[in-house]
Design a protein around this ligand. Structure first.
Ligand code: HEM
Length: 214
């Protein structure tokens, strides 16, 4: 991917992204906020609030679990703001940079924690592979987003960030798919195994479609 876009050329990027759908952004933010509130109960470290099937695993690995959840919570909540055209220009550019740094730190911490937790996930090898692939792609796309912005390749950076946040959003889609499978009556274990892939593969495809459309 060749790109010559520089920070000075920011308005071009802004114009392109000004078509960002407000309703879509609002829905994305609301779902992210809702999940942020729901998972914040983990910060109490009260085993009673843990995913029951994995309670013993979480008690034995509280450090990595907490690392994963805190880093991921930061990324989940900051991400949507980074897509707002207004925050990427003019006097807000520094806010965008600071939030971007915290976001990527969240991915690094949350991703390493997530990769570790993937080896212990409920559901056996299918979920271990599904969550490991997600964690690796999450870390890789975050690294590429960082690398490209260091080189001031704004357009490519934006694309990697779109991919990265679509993967962050897997935490939301995972819970939505679980509701669907819960209603369908599928047994929990099978549903969880399917969801460990279904939570992120369609998100990735949507992100690729978004960044490749004209
Ligand atoms: C996108 C990359 C992510 C990966 C690879 C990932 C991976 C994992 C894995 C493997 C587990 C253990 C699951 C099990 O025990 O079966 C887990 C649990 C958890 N993750 Fe993530 N995760 C990601 C994103 C997020 C995000 C963005 C959040 C939200 C802030 C989040 C919040 C949690 C919570 C709260 C748990 C505890 C289990 C539960 O109550 O659902 N994760 N994650």
């Amino acid at each position: 991917m060749q790109n010559t876009t520089t920070l000075e050329a920011q308005p071009t990027t802004t114009k392109k992204t000004s078509s960002w759908n407000r309703t879509g952004w609002g829905l994305m933010f609301l779902l992210a906020l809702l999940l942020f509130v729901i998972v914040s109960r983990y910060l109490t470290l009260d085993p009673e609030v843990y995913f029951p099937e994995q309670r013993d695993v979480y008690i034995a690995n509280t450090g990595f679990l907490l690392m994963h959840i805190v880093g991921s919570m930061l990324a989940l909540l900051i991400g949507p703001f980074q897509f707002l055209p207004r925050i990427r220009t003019g006097r807000f550019l520094n806010v965008h940079r600071w939030l971007g740094g915290i976001y990527l730190l969240g991915i690094l911490i949350g991703g390493i924690g997530g990769l570790y937790m993937a080896q212990l996930a409920y559901g056996g090898v299918v979920t271990h592979l599904g969550f490991s692939a997600l964690a690796l792609l999450w870390l890789f796309s975050g690294f590429m987003a960082y690398k490209t912005i260091r080189k001031k390749q704004l357009e490519i950076h934006r694309k990697w960030m779109t991919i990265n946040y679509a993967l962050t959003f897997a935490a939301v889609t995972l819970r939505l798919w679980q509701i669907v499978f819960g209603i369908s009556g599928l047994d929990f274990l099978t549903g969880y195994q399917i969801v460990s892939w279904l939570c992120w593969v369609p998100n990735l495809l949507v992100a690729l479609w978004i960044i490749n459309r004209k």
